[in-house]
Design a protein around this ligand. Structure first.
Ligand code: C2E
Ligand code: CA
Ligand code: CA
Length: 688
């Protein structure tokens, strides 16, 4: 940065002005006195010169007037004119009659008006001419007029030199002082100013003032050091101030005992979480967690233990629910809140609820005692239950209070129907987890019919769950849950095993049918799925060509490369692959061409309104045509009427399954069905 302030304000310049003024004024005074004294001396000198001159010619002049010798008088006068300064010389008789006389004009000089005022233009001197023997008698007068011009000239010359030297001295002195001042003071000061400008007022001790080189021990050095010490002290004090502020802030914003955000802070965080979920279109759960009977625990174990319990609750919550999904807070003495964002639905909130109940119900061991306690949770969901942060919190708090009236150690959702649904599904998941070992599953088989030959060519295996209390649970109700928690992997393997076993039984009974099983996307994602399937086939001694896997388009969408690879390996082993529910998903030709697929299954939703709804008819037709052009077998699913069967057959669809032929059947029923179906067909053809 340049020093932009004006020159005349600089210290050096002001010093220069002062020095010049003082030197000039004092010089002028001193030299004026000198010059005046010189003028007086010059004046005296002139007088002395005149009297000396007169003394020299006095005798000759007296001789001339005494003897009235005008020649002599003229001679004396002429002699006097040798002196340049004399402009009139006269020897007169006592009556004034001149005996000898000579004059010349005053010299013209430009400075005369000044010097004439000091010395007069001319000075005249008169001497009485007497004889020693008779000093009383005056014989005449000698008159001399001096021109002051020449002597004033020399005086003026000296005066000029005197003044000039005084001014020159003042100027030189001023300049030298200016430079010295600049080097010693102005320049280092400006550097200091630059350095000071770079000091950060918020952190004054971060960058201190630089000491200009060479000024370590002088006043500037002292000043810089003193200032730097001050800056450090200010910095220290600011830091302390900030720390104190932070502490106060923390105390106000965070609960001292547990370190969790207190109400106001929590509400801000909740608001931010809500906005995030709003943007991402996800669900947020706000769980209010109250310790059951905290008051009596406090009374029995003392407040110190009470505090330790609260700290342990906070610790367990934050250690068990890690990640940025969660936000915590402590709102009241025994009341904690937990926010979980980015959820799909309330079920995930229920999972978290379970985890909270679990982690807090474990006994807490303190020095001298072990305490077991439980909590009760009230859960409110955004956006379902409330859209505003305060309403949501209110809902959760209210739910928790209500829940505590009914029992302990459980969670309750704000909306009763949601609570019911979630509770049921939780129960379902729990039951599902033991259904396999309790042998509650079985398979049913739905025949697949060749529309041209009217023969059963295979069966789709469909799972059934016989729940001990609820009865038959449809797969649409539990398969998604099993996919979500991963149980589908075991269940799917069980299905595969069962289906293969059945196929092997049928084959040995003279009914070598192809069996189709549904392969979930979660199963397809398993590393070992290919080996698992091939091993199962091997174990049951089933040729790979007798197995068909039904996959949906969505199941190979997520990781296309991997899915293609696995399906290719399965296909090259001889297994056929069918795309299930074709037409309901993305149905992209690109995928279809890359996939090693042999069958397309038209979803039952298009068959249901076939011949009623034009659009559905068009879609079914398109799939049949697509199958033809890609050389894929098309299977119509959900055929319920003769009209549908007829239409599909004449439109060129090769295979069909549906209630029109048969509902899915238990194995023995299936065997009977095949027998009667085939014999019926044979009868029909014989009858023809
Ligand atoms: P999906 O694979 O599309 O199976 C066809 C569904 O349509 C079956 O329902 C079947 O009973 C039903 N269906 C058959 N014909 C007709 C008909 O003419 N009319 C009507 N309205 N429905 C018919 P289900 O057995 O309830 O199975 C439902 C879904 O559950 C299946 O759809 C499949 O995605 C899944 N699923 C069933 N078993 C298994 C399994 O073992 N593993 C896996 N991963 N999923 C399975
Ligand atoms: Ca299927
Ligand atoms: Ca289907």
């Amino acid at each position: 940065m340049q020093n932009s302030f004006e020159l005349e304000h600089r210290l050096g310049y002001r010093v220069l002005r002062w020095i010049l003024a003082v030197a000039l004024i004092s010089g002028v005074i001193v030299s004026s006195v000198q010059v005046i004294l010189d003028a007086a001396r010059v004046s005296d000198l002139l007088d002395a010169q005149a009297s000396q001159t007169m003394e020299l010619v006095e005798d000759a002049s007296t001789q001339a007037v005494f003897s009235i010798d005008s020649d002599l008088a003229q001679q004396v006068v002429d002699g006097l004119f040798a002196q340049e300064a004399i402009h009139l010389a006269r020897i007169t008789h006592p009556d004034g009659e001149p005996l000898g006389e000579r004059n010349r004009p005053l010299q013209t000089m430009s400075f005369r008006p000044l010097t004439d005022a000091i010395f007069d233009a001319d000075r005249h001197y008169t001497r009485e001419l007497t004889r020693e023997s008779d000093p009383e008698s005056i014989y005449g007068y000698l008159e001399l007029h001096y021109d002051t011009g020449p002597i004033a000239y020399t005086w003026l010359e000296r005066a000029t030199v005197t003044f000039a030297s005084v001014i020159a001295t003042a100027v030189i002195l001023g300049m030298v002082l200016f430079v010295v001042f600049h080097l010693l003071l102005t320049r280092p000061l400006l550097r200091i100013v630059e350095s000071v400008k770079q000091v950060d007022p918020d952190r004054p001790d971060d960058k201190l003032i630089d000491l200009p080189p060479g000024h370590k021990d002088d006043e500037l050095g002292l000043w810089v050091n003193a200032t730097n010490n001050l800056l450090v002290a200010i910095g220290d004090s600011q830091t302390r101030h900030r720390e104190a502020e932070d502490r106060v802030n923390r105390l106000a914003r965070y609960d001292q005992l547990t370190g969790l955000p207190s109400r106001d802070t929590f509400m801000e965080l909740l608001q931010a979480d809500i906005e995030e979920c709003q943007k991402e279109n996800t669900v947020l759960s706000l769980t209010c967690c109250g310790i059951d009977d905290f008051k009596s625990i406090n009374e029995q174990c003392g407040f110190r233990t009470g505090d330790q319990i609260l700290q342990t609750v906070a610790d367990r919550l934050t250690h068990n629910l890690t990640g940025t999904r969660y936000t915590f807070g402590r709102l009241g003495s025994d009341q904690f809140v937990i926010v979980e964002k980015g959820l799909r639905d309330g079920f995930q909130a229920a999972d978290t609820g379970d985890r909270i109940l679990n982690c807090l119900s474990k006994p807490m061991v303190f020095e001298d005692q072990t305490i077991s306690m439980t909590v009760t949770l009230g859960i409110a969901l955004f956006p379902g239950d409330a859209e505003k942060a305060d309403r949501l919190l209110q809902s959760a708090e209210q739910t928790m209070a209500l829940a505590k009236e009914d029992g302990h150690n459980y969670f309750q959702f704000f909306v009763a129907s949601v609570d019911q649904e979630i509770r049921e599904r939780k129960q379902l998941e729990k039951d599902l987890s033991i259904a396999l070992e309790k042998d509650e599953f079985h398979l049913v088989y739905q025949p697949q019919i060749n529309l041209a030959t009217h023969r059963v060519i295979g069966a789709e295996a469909l799972i059934r769950w016989e729940h001990p209390e609820r009865g038959l649970v449809p797969p649409d109700d539990f398969i998604p849950a099993a996919e979500m928690n991963g149980r589908i992997v075991e269940i799917g393997q069980w299905v595969l095993d069962q289906a293969c076993e059945q196929a092997s039984k049928w084959a040995s009974g003279g009914m070598p049918l192809r069996i189709a099983i549904n392969l979930s996307a979660v199963q397809l994602r398993q590393e070992t799925i290919v080996d698992d399937i091939l091993n199962t086939l091997h174990r049951h001694n089933i040729p790979a060509g007798r197995l068909e896997l039904e996959v949906t388009e969505t199941s190979f969408m997520t990781n296309l490369e991997e899915a293609v690879d696995k399906l290719k390996r399965l296909h090259s082993a001889g297994i056929s692959i069918a795309v299930d529910d074709f037409g309901t998903g993305y149905s992209s030709l690109t995928y279809l061409k890359r996939m090693p697929v042999q069958h397309l299954k038209i979803d039952k939703q298009f068959i249901r309104d076939l011949l009623v709804n034009e659009e559905d008819t068009r879609i079914a037709n398109t799939i049949i045509d697509l199958g033809k052009s890609l050389n894929l077998t098309v299977v119509a699913e959900g055929v319920e009427t003769a009209e549908q069967e007829y239409y599909l057959a004449q439109r060129g669809c090769q295979l069909a399954q549906g209630y029109f032929f048969s509902k899915p059947l238990k194995s023995q029923d299936f065997e009977k069905f095949v027998e009667t179906f085939h014999s019926k067909i044979t009868e029909q053809s014989h009858g023809l």
